[in-house]
Design a protein around this ligand. Structure first.
Ligand SMILES: Nc1ncnc2c1ncn2[C@@H]1O[C@H](COP(=O)(O)OP(=O)(O)O)[C@@H](O)[C@H]1O
Ligand SMILES: [Mg+2]
Length: 179
């Protein structure tokens, strides 16, 4: 996995025993990115992890909680799905099938990485150097029947989000080995 070059601020590791826990974590982040929690809306979240780790599940739950109605498609073919709620833009990228950086530059996708938009990126490592470091990296890993989520803040904004996330006791620590 490619690590963004900036020095991370801090890190939290949570255990997500089931999909409901993934969704609960996403719902905690939603008000932080859409302005309801009082921090300026916008920000960039990178989601890494193998196929089926829960990147899309997390993103769908976050977008739902931010008020997006209707079908939330995985952008694995289209590369990008975008949404708007009042004046806030949401961009959901998936670089799984990304191969040619010119594709990205020609399409002007880079212009979408504004500080006042909410940007969620699956498979950020496949975009290589084209993406700046995120505010928050969420690395999802298979762990028994569930997932571990390592959250790393790379900016002051990401640090603010991380401080505001209060995991329920069920999410607090990875399970003991062999559990
Ligand atoms: N914490 C979790 N524990 C177990 N299963 C989960 C968890 N979070 C999500 N899932 C399940 O794993 C799958 C994740 O799929 P998806 O979100 O499409 O993965 P990705 O986008 O990372 O390829 C879904 O079937 C979902 O129900
Ligand atoms: Mg996906």
């Amino acid at each position: 996995m490619t690590q963004p070059p900036e020095t991370p601020h801090s890190r939290k590791v949570l255990h997500l025993p089931d999909e409901a826990a993934t969704e609960a974590l996403a719902r905690q982040l939603a008000p932080l990115v859409d302005g309801r929690a009082g921090v300026p809306p916008g920000g960039r979240i990178h989601l890494s992890g193998d196929l089926g780790a829960g990147k899309t599940a997390f993103t769908r739950a976050l977008l739902r909680e931010c008020g997006i109605r209707g079908r939330i498609k995985s952008p694995s073919y289209a590369l990008l799905e975008s949404y708007k709620i009042s004046s806030l833009y949401f961009y959901h990228f998936d670089f799984y099938r990304f191969s040619d950086p010119r594709e990205w530059l020609d399409a002007g996708f880079r212009d979408l990485l504004r500080d006042d938009a909410v940007v969620l990126v699956e498979w950020p490592e496949r975009a290589g150097e084209l993406l700046p470091p995120p505010d928050l990296l969420i690395a999802l890993d298979y762990a028994g029947q569930g997932r571990d989520a390592a959250l790393t803040a790379y900016t002051a904004r990401g640090q603010t989000w991380l401080n505001a996330i209060i995991p329920p006791p069920s999410m607090q620590a990875p399970p003991p080995a062999g559990a």
